[in-house]
Design a protein around this ligand. Structure first.
Ligand code: ATP
Length: 483
């Protein structure tokens, strides 16, 4: 007898339990959903072998969803259950491409036979369709730790509960926040992110709540804050542990009252946003150290989600690595495979930068590895280099490729430049210029903000602007570049 993964959708808990128990006894892996929203979450996590769905569900008509499901996944068999027992339901089930239709009450043997037939059809179906579907999942990973994360996501997509995501840098916190938004009821409205660590402290409140014209020096026009921009959607407060105390007090008041006023304004605006916050710091510890308001912590920590470090879910490394190689190939880089020993080497590494580091390394391997198949030695060499590489450009093939090709060009056109002892200053100078220009542009030519973002002090930035001949107002070089 075939066994497979079965997703049972019914709002009646008793039916879910009975059907799930009987299918599990027959050796199948069963997941359940009580609503269409939960069905969507389960499908995003993993496409099952068979779906069994009721017709009347609290948030919509199951047959309409089945129509879309069979259109999107023609190889996925769907068995429809219905208590309506009308001919038209049976006919409609057939029209929407259901594999079988069972009127309620049904007997479990009939269901079991239908599942067997469905699995036999599924297993005869071409596998490309299934693999392709898997690639569209927003979050990769099947480890028990990630299953816990998926369960929490499934619990929060049909409500507006505030979610606090914790985890080391690069573990996927923003991806989870986006998944909650994209799968939830607010998906048609904006997802707006704001990173507390990237904004100067004195500007955080104006960024969040907006400001009126003349509210402070430089406020030349009214500006909508992130709360207003995210209206109807989700506001993602990233690095919430870095929020200054005064802003915390204001945020708490907004969360309590559901309203806010702009900086320098008298108008009250309703805050229609779902809040998802994230932190890579231990908020409870910040609370005990007096750096984070306890009452705000409890307001945010309604549904906690903890993303495990990658080294705590090594069984996901292979899946993620292949996913990133596929992504690199889709973006035009050479398509690469991993030798089994290379996967072991990846699994044995500690990944201090978590999934982001793995993504960077795989992109780099796609560019640099000579053969179509990446072997363990190449991985070890790359990981050794990664451990000592400066983090800012780590794994960015754009910059790496640009520097290499610059050196090759100098070697061709100006070979003396490679030997005259000034190469370091010259290349660093060339990298520094676009870096500074880009950061000035990103921060509206505001030198203070650009300097903070770069992690240098403002005077140092001024000196570099002088030295590199960058016009501090326009942010562009005053002299034509010598390239
Ligand atoms: N489970 C996953 N599946 C696929 N991609 C992932 C997964 N987790 C993380 N990534 C990818 O890794 C990178 C880092 O993820 P993300 O920005 O969400 O991490 P983060 O925890 O918010 O990091 P930080 O704290 O530094 O802001 C992104 O490119 C993201 O798409």
């Amino acid at each position: 007898m075939n066994s497979g993964t079965i997703l049972v959708v019914d709002d009646d808990a008793a039916i879910r339990t009975v059907v799930a128990q009987s299918l599990r006894r027959a050796g199948h892996i069963v997941t359940t959903a009580a609503t269409l929203a939960e069905l969507d979450v389960q499908l995003a996590i993993r496409l099952p072998d068979v779906v069994i769905s009721d017709v009347v569900l609290p948030d919509g008509n199951g047959l309409d969803r089945v129509a879309r499901l069979t259109a999107e996944h023609p190889a996925l068999p769907v068995i429809v259950l219905s208590a309506q027992n009308t001919l038209s339901t049976a006919v409609r089930a057939n029209e929407v491409g259901a594999y079988d239709y069972l009127p309620k009450p049904f007997d479990l043997d009939a269901l079991s036979r239908a599942v067997q037939g469905a699995l036999a059809r599924r297993q005869g179906a071409p596998l490309e369709a299934i693999d392709k579907d898997d690639n569209t999942l927003p979050l990769i990973g099947r480890s028990p730790a990630m299953q816990d994360v998926y369960r929490v996501i499934a619990r929060v997509v049909s409500n507006d509960l505030t979610v606090l995501i914790s985890g080391e840098s690069g573990t996927g916190k923003e991806l989870v926040a986006r998944a909650i938004h994209d799968l939830g009821t607010r998906r048609r409205s904006p997802f707006v992110a704001i990173n507390m660590a990237a904004i100067p402290r004195e500007l955080i409140e104006a960024e969040l709540f907006g400001h009126e014209r003349g509210a402070f020096t430089g406020a030349q026009a009214r500006s909508a804050g992130r709360f207003e921009q995210a209206a109807g959607g989700t506001l993602f407060l990233d690095e919430i542990g870095d929020m200054p105390m005064e802003a915390q007090t204001r945020l708490l008041r907004v969360l309590q009252s559901g309203e806010f006023t702009t900086v320098g304004g008298a108008r009250t605006i309703r805050a229609d946003v779902r809040i998802v916050a994230a932190t890579n710091r231990d908020l409870a510890q910040l609370v005990s150290g007096g750096q984070f308001r306890e009452d705000l912590f409890y307001r945010l920590n309604v549904v906690p989600v903890t993303l495990p470090a990658l080294r705590a879910r090594r069984q996901d490394v292979a899946l993620l690595a292949r996913h990133f190689l596929d992504k690199a190939a889709e973006s035009g880089l050479p398509r690469k495979q991993l030798a089994p020993a290379a996967i072991v080497a990846l699994e044995n590494y500690d990944w201090p930068g978590n999934v982001r580091e793995l993504e960077n390394i795989m992109r780099r391997m796609a560019v640099l590895s000579r053969d179509e198949r990446i072997d363990a030695d190449e991985v070890r060499a790359m990981l050794g280099a990664a451990a000592t590489a400066p983090t800012i450009f780590e794994g960015d093939p754009g910059i790496e490729a640009a520097v290499r090709s610059r050196i090759e060009r100098l070697a061709r056109e100006e070979p003396a430049a490679l030997d005259n002892g000034s190469l370091y200053d010259r290349i660093i100078g060339e990298v520094e210029r676009p870096l500074i220009e880009a950061m000035l542009a990103r921060h509206g030519q505001n030198q203070l903000r650009a300097a903070r973002a770069l992690g240098i002090n403002r005077n140092t930035l001024r000196k570099r602007l002088d030295l590199l001949g960058i016009d501090p107002v326009a942010g562009r070089s005053t002299e034509p570049e010598t390239r």
